[in-house]
Design a protein around this ligand. Structure first.
Ligand code: PEP
Ligand code: MN
Length: 343
């Protein structure tokens, strides 16, 4: 249910509606727009309906949210977009986030070299996994806490916010020490207990679309995080499983405008995992930027030939500034500029 307040509604009117929603055990999620405040009420619909909020002071109207995802729905923002503040960087709206770094944190030298290159090229955030979801249990599983320490060092040196994956809620506290954004991997998109914990933590989240998940399932995953009162959620298209075998996954770029139609949340594209091949990463990045993505998360490595993980798809650090300049141009076509640090 969505309670649309009148233009002149006072803070007291808004609080009174919030209190009444919460009095029946439902959750109230107020969102202040440019013109009006809208309060999303999530919980038992019958209980909420019985409140008869239509008659309450300052309330303009009560509208049902028809989609199964309520807080992620575009309806909640009247078509307006969410612009997230991630450690001083804006994501969404006119801002384009370039998130880059190695697949996996392998060593101090590898990470710091990549981090400096990302920073110098004007990147928005640094990515790097300390906990890795590997198809084989015999493959390198990530440096774990040592990887987190190295990410902290890279953050201290460059000032770049950190995006890193959490696979297991038991590692949440350790990851929260360094992460500015928690990445939920494609394989964990439907790990609902993990999503709930991330929601409760309040840490911004980047949720990757599952290998065979529909957009509605992705939005329901986001809903788990939003439901806990955590509004900082980014959606990520990273390629899905189709019958095509010529490349790793099929990058579903149609998902970008469609997700933006269905939801107010920022949409980021990962061309690296979709392509699986370095030569495809740039054209896919340009297409993603031109189609209106709010950002890209891409892998870059100083020595891809010797990378422990995902080397064939990693951009080379010595080519990264050129790549960034091209992506910046493509984003400009869609009316977006690289998000810089807010002073
Ligand atoms: C990654 O970002 O390194 C990764 C494993 O991504 P995904 O979950 O999309 O496969
Ligand atoms: Mn990877």
């Amino acid at each position: 249910m969505m309670i649309v307040m009148k233009q002149g509604a006072s803070p007291q009117d808004i609080q009174a509606v919030v209190d009444r929603i919460e009095s029946v055990g439902a959750r109230a999620h107020p969102s202040k727009g440019d013109e009006v405040t809208v309060i999303g009420a999530v919980g038992d619909l019958e209980h909420i309906a019985r409140l008869e909020l239509e008659g309450a002071a300052g309330v303009d109207r009560v509208v049902p949210i028809l989609k199964p995802y309520k807080l992620a729905s575009a309806q909640l923002r009247h078509g307006g977009r969410s612009v997230l503040d991630i450690a001083g960087r804006a994501v969404g709206g006119d801002h384009f986030a370039l998130i880059a770094g190695p697949c996996t944190v392998e060593s101090r030298d590898q990470l710091l070299t990549a981090a400096e290159v990302v920073k110098d090229a004007g990147g928005t955030m640094l990515r790097g996994g300390a906990y890795k979801p590997r198809t084989s249990p015999y493959a390198f599983q990530g440096l774990g806490e040592e990887g987190l320490r190295l990410l902290q060092e890279a953050k201290d040196v460059t000032g770049l916010p950190i995006v890193t994956e959490l696979m297991d809620a038991r590692d949440l506290d350790a990851v929260l020490e360094v992460a500015d954004v928690i990445q939920v991997g494609a394989r964990n998109m439907q790990n609902y207990t993990l999503l709930t914990e991330i929601g409760r933590s309040g840490c911004p989240a980047l949720i990757k679309r599952g290998l065979s998940s529909t957009l509605e399932e992705l939005l329901m995953a986001a809903e788990y995080v939003l439901k806990e009162g955590n509004e900082k959620v980014m959606l990520c298209e990273r390629g899905i499983r189709t019958f095509e075998k010529a490349y790793r996954y099929t990058l579903d770029l149609t998902a970008v405008p469609v997700l933006k139609e269905l939801s107010h949340l920022p949409v980021v594209v990962d061309p690296s995992h979709a392509a699986g091949r370095r030569d495809l990463v740039e054209p896919l990045s340009l297409a993603a930027a031109a189609v209106g993505a709010d950002g890209i998360i891409v892998e870059v490595h100083p020595d891809p030939e010797n990378a422990i993980c995902d080397g064939p798809q990693a951009l080379r650090t010595d080519d990264f500034a050129r790549y960034t300049a091209k992506v910046e141009q493509a984003a400009a076509l869609a009316g977006k500029a690289l998000s810089a640090q807010v002073a």
